[in-house]
Design a protein around this ligand. Structure first.
Ligand SMILES: C[S@@+](CC[C@H](N)C(=O)[O-])C[C@H]1O[C@@H](n2cnc3c(N)ncnc32)[C@H](O)[C@@H]1O
Length: 274
């Protein structure tokens, strides 16, 4: 994985680049260069993750979405993935009327994205588990926003199979073991990234990930021969991101995808060499 600075995205080889600063400014990526942006925002706007000010949080996301809109090509797509949550007075300047209500965060995310000029063209539900969880919803909202364009139709029957259903049951994909043995628990399932890459991109296209986290988006982009630029504010995640992208000890959630993409590629090279 490279951490050098390309002057424009056109300079990129099929490779991954990571920038350890806020995605509120993605100046390393040129205007109208990315085919896809995949954003699974943090739960809060505070680095410690403990507190949340909804107003500040949505303003922060708005700045990231303005950047996402700028870097997308015409017809390019921004995908957002989020889990809704229960509201509290402390998230809303102490206003007690919010206490204990449901916060449809995805509708606020949609509003923030659409204020940049992107249009919502599709929505799916990601079911993370069929087991009940008393503290968190077990499903997330996946929303798709296009820049001046129509959604691109699938070109391959496998794509339609994976992307077509409105509900994506992809279990066991939210935790990654870090190289130091601790856990990162806010990841998205690699199957989501696979489906989005197949649906909206071709090999060598540029994919941007404003919230890299454990590295699911760059890891899948590299496996599937797409270029990727990622942003992450927490430098402590670098060893995990590198392990996700470069292996050899990737989290086991990647195993089916390694079999599908890396082993297939290795077999092709072997045939070419004969
Ligand atoms: C929900 S996680 C992303 C998970 C990721 N999609 C994965 O599969 O692992 C959100 C990430 O955004 C990062 N983050 C928070 N604020 C950021 C900012 N201003 N710029 C870039 N990254 C940020 C957090 O450190 C966290 O790792």
């Amino acid at each position: 994985m490279s951490r050098s600075v390309p002057s424009t995205a056109a300079d990129l080889e099929p490779s991954c680049r990571l920038y350890l600063h806020s995605s509120e400014r993605m100046s390393e990526v040129g205007d109208d260069t990315a085919r896809l942006v995949i954003a699974s925002p943090p739960y809060t706007n505070r680095p410690d993750g403990r507190e949340l000010d909804k107003r500040e949080y949505l303003q922060f996301l708005g700045r990231v979405f303005i950047e996402a809109q700028r870097v997308l090509v015409s017809g390019g797509v921004l995908v957002t993935i989020n889990t809704d949550l229960r509201d509290h007075a402390r998230y809303n300047d102490g206003q007690r009327c919010f206490e204990g209500r449901q916060w449809d965060k995805h509708t606020d995310i949609r509003r923030a994205v659409e204020s940049t000029g992107l249009a919502c063209i599709e929505a799916k539900v990601w079911v993370k588990s069929l087991k009940r969880n008393l503290y968190r919803y077990t499903f997330s909202h996946i929303q798709f926003f296009a820049k001046h364009g129509e959604i691109r139709r699938p070109r391959h029957p496998d794509v339609a199979d994976g992307f077509g259903p409105d509900v994506w049951l992809l279990e066991g994909g939210t935790s990654r073991r870090r190289p130091d043995g601790s856990w990162f628990r806010d990841a998205i399932h690699p199957g989501i990234v696979e489906r989005c890459l197949l649906q909206f991109t071709s090999p060598n296209d540029l994919v941007v990930c404003p919230f890299t986290g454990s590295g699911t988006v760059p890891a899948m982009a590299k496996m599937m021969s797409r270029c990727c630029v990622g942003y992450e504010i927490d430098g402590d995640l670098l060893p995990l991101i590198e392990a996700s992208i470069d292996g050899p000890v990737r989290d086991r959630v990647y195993q089916p995808f390694e079999r599908r993409y890396l082993n297939r590629r290795a077999a092709r090279h072997e045939c070419d060499g004969r």
